[in-house]
Design a protein around this ligand. Structure first.
Ligand code: ATP
Ligand code: MG
Length: 328
C-alpha cells in the first residue's frame, strides 16, 4: 500500500510547506496553514484521465473542439468572446447572493431550449430549492438536468453517463474528493476537484462552468491558483443595494478581456441591459460598475487600468478609449 504524504497549505494562495508556518511567505497571510494530503499524480483516478497523446502536426489537428456554443444571452456570449468554447473551463466568481446561480440557471435554460442536454450540479441547494428559483425565473426545461451532489467521484460518474453539452458546478467550494482527507472548501479539495474537472472537460470536450465564491478581500475563496488552471475567469459584480450587475472577463484564453456584460436583477431573474450608456453619467447602472468605463461609442468596456477614482466618475482618456470611469 502506498504511504500517504501530507503537507501544510496556505488556505489563501495555495503555497505548500513541509512544516506548519505562522505566516505565509508567498501572500504574507497569518495563521492560514492547514495540513492536507498530497495527491499522488499517478493515482488511479488521474491515470484514467490520461490523454494517451502522441505528437501530431498542427495542420492535422481537427478544429471540432474549438467550435463555440452560443448561449443566446448576448451579454455573456460577448464576454466569452463569441460563445462557449468546447472543452473549456470557465470560472465564474462573485460575492454571496450576487446572482451567480440565477445567471447559470438562465444560461442553462437557454441552452436546453436549443435542444442541448445540459447538467447543473449543485452542492448548495436541494433539488426543490433549485426548482423554486427555476419556476420564479422561468427556467424549466426537459433537457436541463439537475444533480444535487458534492462527491467529485460521483459527479464525474454522472457526467460520463449523461454526456451533457455543458456542465455547471455550483459551487466548486462544496465539492470533495474521497481521495483527500481535508474538508470541502479547503485549498487542497478546491484545487483537486478543479483540476480533475478541467482534465475531464478537456478529454471529453465538455465545457464546464465552475462557480466560485469570492471572499471579502475580493479573491476566489481558497486558492488564487484556480485562476491559472481555468481557461476563462469571469467576475459577477454589483452592489447588493442596486439592481444592476456586471459580468467582467479578467482572463480569457479564447477572447478579449475588455468587454463586460450588464444585467438588471429583477424578480423574474437577470434581464440583459443592451445599452447601458443611457444610464451615464449619473445613472444607477454606473453606480454598480466598479472598474468600468463607458466608451463614447456607447458600450461599456472593462478598464484595464482600473486603479484610480474614489466614489466619483472620472473623465479619462487613453489611446484606446475615452469615457467615464467610476469606482465604488
Ligand atoms: N423574488 C425576488 N425578486 C427579486 N430579486 C430576487 C428575488 N429572489 C432573489 N432575488 C435576487 O437574487 C439574489 C440571489 O441570487 P442567487 O441565489 O442566484 O445568488 P448567488 O450568487 O448564487 O448566491 P449564493 O452565493 O448564496 O450562492 C438575491 O440576492 C436577490 O438579489
Ligand atoms: Mg448560488
Amino acid at each position: 500500500m502506498k504511504k500517504s504524504k501530507t503537507g501544510f497549505f496556505c488556505q489563501h494562495c495555495g503555497y505548500m510547506s513541509p512544516k506548519w508556518l505562522g505566516k505565509c511567505p508567498s501572500c504574507n497571510g497569518w495563521n492560514c496553514f492547514a495540513e492536507e494530503l498530497i495527491v499522488d499524480s499517478g493515482s488511479d483516478s488521474r491515470a484514467e484521465m490520461n490523454f494517451d497523446g502522441k505528437p501530431q502536426s498542427i495542420e492535422d489537428i481537427p478544429l471540432t473542439e474549438g467550435q463555440r456554443t452560443v448561449t443566446g444571452i448576448v451579454e455573456i456570449d460577448r464576454v466569452l468572446g463569441g460563445g462557449i468554447v468546447g472543452g473549456s473551463a470557465i470560472l465564474i466568481g462573485g460575492e454571496p447572493g450576487i446572482g451567480k446561480s440565477t445567471l447559470m440557471l438562465q444560461m442553462m435554460h437557454n441552452l436546453a431550449q436549443k435542444g442541448l442536454k445540459v447538467l447543473y450540479v449543485s452542492g448548495e441547494e436541494s433539488a426543490s430549492q433549485i426548482k423554486m428559483r427555476s419556476e420564479r425565473i422561468g427556467a424549466v426545461s426537459k433537457d436541463l438536468l439537475v444533480l444535487v451532489e458534492i462527491s467529485l467521484e460521483k459527479i464525474l460518474e454522472q457526467v460520463k453517463a449523461v454526456s451533457p453539452a455543458v456542465v455547471v458546478i455550483d459551487s466548486i467550494q462544496t465539492l470533495y474528493s474521497g481521495e483527500l482527507m481535508s474538508a470541502p472548501g479547503s485549498v487542497g479539495q478546491v484545487r483537486e476537484s478543479s483540476s480533475r474537472l478541467i482534465l475531464f472537460s478537456k478529454k471529453f470536450g465538455i465545457p464546464v462552468f465552475l462557480v466560485g465564491h469570492v471572499t471579502k478581500d475580493g479573491s476566489i475563496a481558497g486558492p488564487k491558483v484556480l485562476e491559472h488552471m481555468v481557461d476563462t475567469v469571469l467576475y459577477f459584480e454589483g452592489d447588493s443595494s442596486h439592481t444592476y450587475r456586471i459580468v467582467r472577463g479578467i482572463k480569457n484564453r479564447f477572447g478579449p478581456t475588455n468587454e463586460i456584460g450588464v444585467f438588471e436583477m429583477q424578480e423574474k431573474g437577470l434581464k440583459e441591459v443592451p445599452n447601458p450608456s443611457t444610464f451615464f453619467p449619473g445613472g444607477e447602472a454606473a453606480k454598480c460598475c466598479r472598474f468600468g468605463c463607458c466608451s463614447l461609442s456607447g458600450r461599456y468596456k472593462a478598464d484595464p487600468g482600473g486603479n484610480s477614482g474614489s466614489g466619483q466618475f472620472h473623465k479619462f482618456r487613453n489611446s484606446a478609449s475615452y469615457g467615464y470611469r467610476c469606482r465604488l
